[in-house]
Design a protein around this ligand. Structure first.
Ligand SMILES: O=C1C[C@@](O)(C(=O)O)C[C@@H](O)[C@@H]1O
Length: 256
């Protein structure tokens, strides 16, 4: 199964490179967005939680409009408010998060929206309904900032996100040992082997997990986050070099 985000199809071919935009000010954001080229990125993630005025509807709208002007028009935009509870830059009441994401999804600049699956069920449902009404896909996400759930629990969380109606499922963990990275990769392969699986995005964060950001084609993660400038999470590598590595693996996988 594949999912279209703007002009990009997730779930087929080599994993797609997503470059996070993490600036706080509009001036920095403009320069950051203009610096991302289609040679490095397949799509970008606008991390609105990192903005000055992250919880203010008007400030967010201004930032989205600015990205629409500064960014190469071929690059789709994933909109994300990563809450402080999951490692993001700002805290926000659940209802404000709901309203901000639903309103922001109406912008032509926004092609998909990340929603944290751990929020109250009615909030998740309302956002999914609102974003789907705009004809755009939802990425349901979960971040373990302390450790790595068991293989079974990771699969269970991804299946749970799918059951909630996610178009794309996502999980990030924090490995403490090399075995934790293997657990994340094995669980990703387990989930994506299911006949009804949605496209999945997984990563093990930090230095130990870097390998998981390269190995998506083998284990089933369809997007990997790489940098042009600042990272949005530990372990992200340069997007251009990441793309080269993914192309190398993709060519070798297909040749054999
Ligand atoms: O969920 C994710 C994944 C991520 O945390 C990573 O580890 O690459 C980076 C975030 O910007 C994004 O929203």
């Amino acid at each position: 199964m594949t999912v279209r985000v703007g002009s990009v199809e997730l779930g087929t071919g080599r994993p797609k490179v997503c470059v996070p935009l993490t600036s706080a000010s509009l001036r920095e954001l403009q320069a950051e967005a203009a610096a991302v080229t289609p040679a490095a990125a397949d799509l970008v993630e606008l991390r609105i939680d990192r903005l000055d005025g992250a919880t203010d509807q008007r400030a967010v709208r201004e930032a989205i409009d600015l990205v629409g002007v500064a960014l190469d028009p071929s690059l789709p935009v994933l909109l994300t408010f990563r809450t402080a509870a999951e490692g993001g830059g700002a805290a926000i009441p659940a209802e404000a998060y709901r309203d901000l994401l639903i309103r922001s999804s109406a912008s032509d600049v926004v092609d998909a929206v990340d929603v944290e699956a751990a929020l109250p069920r009615e909030v998740v449902d309302a956002i999914m309904e609102g974003v789907h009404a705009e004809g755009k896909p939802v990425v349901l996400s979960f971040h373990d900032l302390q450790g790595t759930p068991s293989r079974q629990e990771i699969v269970g969380r991804l299946v749970g996100q799918q059951a909630l109606g996610a178009d794309v499922v996502k999980l990030a963990c924090t490995p403490q040992t090399p075995e934790d990275v293997l657990t994340l990769l094995a669980a990703t392969a387990d989930y994506t082997a299911r006949p009804d699986a949605r496209p999945a995005i997984t990563m093990a964060m930090g230095g130990l997990g870097v390998v998981s950001r390269l190995a998506g084609e083998t284990f089933g993660s369809c997007v990997t986050f790489g940098t042009v400038g600042a990272a949005s999470a530990p372990g992200q590598v340069d997007a251009l070099r990441l793309r080269d590595a993914l192309d190398l693996l993709h060519t070798a996988v297909r040749a054999s």
